[in-house]
Each structure stands twice: as C-alpha cells, then as structure tokens.
Design a protein around this ligand. Sequence first.
Ligand SMILES: Cc1cc2nc3c(=O)[nH]c(=O)nc-3n(C[C@H](O)[C@H](O)[C@H](O)COP(=O)(O)O)c2cc1C
Length: 413
Amino acid sequence: MTKAVTEAWGAGSAQGKAAKRRQRYPTLAYLEKTARRRVPRFAFDFVEAGTGGHLGVRHNREALDGIQIVPRYGAAASVSTDVELFGMRYATPIGIAPVGTDGLIWPGATLALAHTAATARIPYIVGTLASASLETVASICPDSFWFQLYGLPAKDHAVSFDLLKRAAAAGAHALVVTLDAPVRPKRPKDMRNGLVVPFRPTPRTVFDVASSPLWALQLLKAGTPGFPNVERYLGTKPTLAASAGFVQREIKGTFSWDEMRRLRDQWPRALVVKGVLHPGDAEQAIAIGADGVLVSNHGGRQSDAAPPAIDVLPGIVAAVGTKTTVLFDSGIQSGLDAMRALALGAQAVFCGRAFLFGLGALGDSGSDYVADLLADELRVAMAQHGVATFGQLRNAERRHPSAFRFKNGTPPV
Ligand SMILES: Cc1cc2nc3c(=O)[nH]c(=O)nc-3n(C[C@H](O)[C@H](O)[C@H](O)COP(=O)(O)O)c2cc1C
C-alpha cells in the first residue's frame, strides 16, 4: 500500500470508529449504562450516588427538566460558544468539575481529564483529592488549569496554605474553594460496599473486580489510585491506607469567612467560592473579595433537603450577577442542560459525573468523547432555539416553575 493510501485508510478507519461511537453512545445516558457494566460496582456506585435516599440527584434532574426556553425563528444563527473567564478564553463554557478519588472509576482518570481539557480548550478544576498531582496536571493543560482547595485546618491551615502556594506556582488560573462539605455525608451505598476507611473488601468486591477485566487491566497499568496532592504531608512513605486515613482525619470540607479572607489575601489570581446556594453567601463571597461563585449542591451528594442548584441560580444571579462571575454545576447531563443554566445567567457550567461516566465506559478517550458530545449538543440546542450568542440566550423567554423564591430576595425572572 502507498503512504497516501495507508493514510487515507487510517483516516477512514478513525472516522468510521468515531461514527460507530456516535451511533452507540448518542447521549450520556448510554455512556452511563456502559460504565455501570464495565466498572466494579463499588466504584460506579461511589460516583453515581447521592447522599441518603438519592433525592438530591433526582431533584436536580427534575428541576432541570422543568425549564423551558421559547425558540425564535427567522434569523440565521451562526452559533458562537467561546467564552472568557478570568482573562482566559475557552472554546465552550462547559468545564470539568473537581472530582476527588476520580481514579476509582478509571485508574489514571486525572491525567485523561487533563488531556481532554487541553484538547477541548475547556477549564478543568483539579481537585485536592485528584489522582495526579496538581503540578503534573498544570504541565499537561496549562491554559485550562484551575485548582480546587479543601480545608485542612490542622496547624492553622498550614497544608491548605502550602497547597495554595503550590497552585499559584504551578500557574492555576483560579483557586476554587469548596465551602459546602462541612461534614462527611452518609452515603449508604458506599457503606454497603465497604468503601470506608480503612477499605474493607468483601467477597463481592473481589467478584466485582474480577468481572471488570478492562478496569482491572487499567488498574495494573495506572497503579492504585492515591492522593498525590497531599501525600507529601504525611511524613513517612505513604501507603494508600495511611493517605486515606490522613484525608479522612484532616480534611474539613469548608472554611469560615475569616479563613477565606486569609486565602484571598495570599492568592494572586481569581478566587471562586464553590457550593453557594444562598444569595447571602454569594454576597459574603464578594465581601471577602472573591471574583466568582460556583452555584452548586455538590451534585446532590451532601444533603437530600438542599434545593436543586438550578432552582437557586436565578435568585443568586439577580442578587450578584452584575458584580461577580456566576458559575454553575449539579446535574448537567447534556448540552441542553448547559443551555438551560446559561439562559438563567450562569457564565459557564461544570460537569462531574458526565466526564467520569465517559471514562468508565470508554477508557482514556471517554472524557474527550464527552467534551465533544456536550459541546455539539450545546451548539445544536442554541441553533434550534434561534440564539447565536449567550447574550441572546439570557434574553430568551423561559419558564422555570420550580425556581426558588428567597425571603426578601429579588424575585427570579
Ligand atoms: C465522585 C465525585 C467526587 C467529588 N469530589 C469533589 C471534591 O473532591 N471536591 C469538590 O469540591 N467537589 C467534589 N465533587 C462535586 C463536583 O465538583 C460537582 O459539584 C458535582 O459533581 C456536580 O454534579 P454532577 O456530577 O451532576 O455534574 C465530587 C463529585 C463526584 C461525583
């Protein structure tokens, strides 16, 4: 075969493979179903589960489904989805949310996510508990790299401040401080699966791993997932059990506003407060000098009684939308969902589970696939609704029946 023929054949087969994937996985729901089959149950459950009775997850879904946007026709719309956030331009306002212990659903997940962020030109908020170090991620996707910080309050937050310094030195464009995990919530599925510290494998766990050959092979290749961002603070050579114990003991998933102010004083670039559900907390974030708030209920993983994050978004945008950058996550499963949140005033949205399900279903290339899928769906949804820009989208007529009405708050539009 000549070189040209070989290349043409190669391109053809790559295109054929891509088309086949599109056919097999037209939406995220199909990826989720495949991931459920390919990944050991304890790992899939860890990612999928909410807290308690899974109500938070269900309510996020129902609230998003209830939002309707009225299309307008007649103006040819050439859709533009690029967006500027904190001085950086991104191709699409759909970024990757921080997901701790991500290596459970796909060993090596953090590295795959970093490559996706670089290729798709989208922001990636790397978690304190990611399965690769923040420095490694920064070297793979320098333009997309944001860092999520959990509180480690021992010794007056010595480790938190060291992580902050490392993230600054590695060039993180934003520090995203998580506020909404003051306690470890009860996750019944994790308890039933023995996914507790110390890890207690059951015969069922062993059976699940043995029945997930692709995942088991990847585990051998990528190694057991750990917590490389915090391992250096353990003193001795860390074992996984010691790291997990440290994480369990030392991490408190929140900061007081005074502590946030101290972080603000030391952080040189954009500061975002994650986990905001009340306009009053958004105002507090602005008062301590934050540049943005991430409206989120942690994907329904913290409290079944918290409102769907999308339902509080309009009230928060009404209160602080002209003063700060409002970002959103929790429940986004399609480009259409992203359009709904952007119509309600979010400047960008983030997804946690969507990217992880892609990895669990398709391996390393799964997060690239999800980034493309969501971006395509967003473009199609905007074109269908006759909006070419996010400005036009925000002005579209919409109905949001479950929008939350805050006491003394500006009524949501
Ligand atoms: C498996 C998993 C781990 C998570 N770990 C963290 C974390 O370490 N820090 C954090 O701020 N949020 C964490 N989150 C919450 C996400 O950042 C995000 O708020 C949530 O996933 C958004 O909802 P979605 O999964 O429906 O997109 C985690 C979410 C999942 C699913």
